[in-house]
Design a protein around this ligand. Structure first.
Ligand SMILES: C[S@@+](CC[C@H](N)C(=O)[O-])C[C@H]1O[C@@H](n2cnc3c(N)ncnc32)[C@H](O)[C@@H]1O
Length: 188
């Protein structure tokens, strides 16, 4: 792990960004219901989790940044848990929904992260990953900017995200809109 974490540094600015809008696509793909156990993996300050919690779902925000989780803790009810997504401290099949928004390109081992998120999802549950779409020109520029800032960042195309789940018992589908791509994984 690096001694300087960009996200510990960035945490203080996150709350000045308007709450992450729960896009119609994400809402549709997640199909949340009251009481659902939801893991927000790489959930940061809980910007999105706090919106989802309003639906009566039970949220757990997992992230490895102390700075981000400190803010999530202040919000209450988001179950902030310090963990690397590659090694989640949860039992198999313990969540009805798992989401990861704007974080997959930052994790060290994307294959391991995908397998861990899949492991903690119950059969019949849904896992949704939202990422900037590297197949668009604007996102290619963003990726370059992150490299210049020495952020570890490795954006995958939608197809390469889907390939992380190859061979696992699931139905996979991709959605694209604007500069965003979503992968929906429905576990058998
Ligand atoms: C750009 S932020 C997005 C946060 C949140 N999903 C949102 O949309 O507001 C990416 C987050 O992923 C977290 N992260 C990156 N790699 C991680 C890993 N391997 N395990 C856990 N969290 C990680 C960072 O600490 C950061 O909070």
């Amino acid at each position: 792990m690096p001694s300087f974490d960009h996200f510990d540094f960035a945490a203080r600015f996150y709350e000045n960004i308007p709450p992450a809008p729960l896009s119609a696509v994400l809402s549709d793909l997640l199909d949340i219901y009251p009481g659902a156990r939801i893991l927000d993996a790489g959930g940061g300050t809980g910007r999105l989790a706090q919106v989802l919690a309003q639906s009566g779902a039970r949220l757990t925000v997992a992230d490895f940044s102390h700075g981000m989780l400190r803010i999530a803790l202040r919000k209450g009810g988001l179950g902030p848990t310090r963990a690397a997504v590659e090694r989640l401290p949860f039992s198999d099949a313990s969540f009805d929904r798992v989401l990861m928004v704007d974080a997959l390109h930052h994790v060290y081992d994307q294959g391991q992260a995908a397998h861990e998120m899949f492991r903690v999802l119950r059969p019949g549950g849904r896992l949704v990953i939202e990422e900037p779409d590297i197949d668009t020109f604007t996102v290619k520029l963003l990726a370059l900017a992150e490299k210049l800032l020495f952020m570890r960042s490795h954006l995958l195309s939608g197809e390469r995200m889907a390939a992380l789940f190859a061979g696992l018992p699931a139905a996979l589908s991709l959605r694209r809109e604007g500069h965003t791509v979503w992968l929906l994984v429905e576990k058998n």
